[in-house]
Design a protein around this ligand. Sequence first.
Ligand code: ATR
Length: 263
Amino acid sequence: MNYKLALIGFPVAHSLSPRMHNAALRALQLDGEYRALAVAPEQLEVTLHDLVTQRYRGVNVTTPHKQAVTAFMHELSNAARAIGAVNTIVIDDVRLIGHNTDALGFMRGLEQAHFDPAQRSVLVLGAGGAARAAMYALKQAGAQVFIWNRTRARAEQLAHKFGAVVCDDMNASVDLIVNTTSVGMTPHVEESAITLADRLDGTIVYDLVYNPRETKLLREARARGARTIGGIEMLIQQGAESFCLWTGRAAPLEIMRAAVAAV
Ligand code: ATR
């Protein structure tokens, strides 16, 4: 089989996924290629059609299409349906099957830090597609979830959907703070989604942004005594799960980790 794989998003030039998946294909001696395609919102439907016609096997979906693509799927996994967003499409002949591997990737990032969210309080910053996956995972794991978003109405929507509580006080004392917004991402490295409390001993701060590896939020959190988790492990873990869905093979995690570490 020739594994024709693609990432669709807008923009996609910064993505590390091609590097990671092409290294994995080579390591397992599988034929194929993973390409990043810049797809504007108005091109989404026709692009999906083209990928099917060209016999692509799999697609990763990123901002701003994760929610919009759900409408074009023939089938959704339970997680994708509950989250309301798709980041991985398996093309089975002409059928598009939508999955979401972000929630699993998110949880594996927490596991690496030995943090079990059961009965713990968590503040999620943001209310986009990444926030949905994080909130779904956290609620499934038994956490008490608070949400803050710049646009409060979106926070209210997600709070309602996932059984969370809207939080206006960004300095509420919680066990875990998760940044799902894009604030702090290159080139805006001097920005941070929130102003942190003076001391954060015993708190974990998890930033889903992976570029730069240590964001301003994480740097400030570390200076205040918090433990920090960057977004690179979630990137690798969600990618590994997608790779497995497309190829049926266990992803070569160390190869994928090395491929993104080299950047
Ligand atoms: P994704 O799918 O990557 O989560 P998204 O759906 O576009 O992307 O959501 C982006 C999130 O980042 C939103 O929560 C957005 O806040 P708004 O709902 O108020 O737009 C948040 N965000 C983006 N830029 C921000 C900024 N400069 N300050 C605060 N929040 C920001």
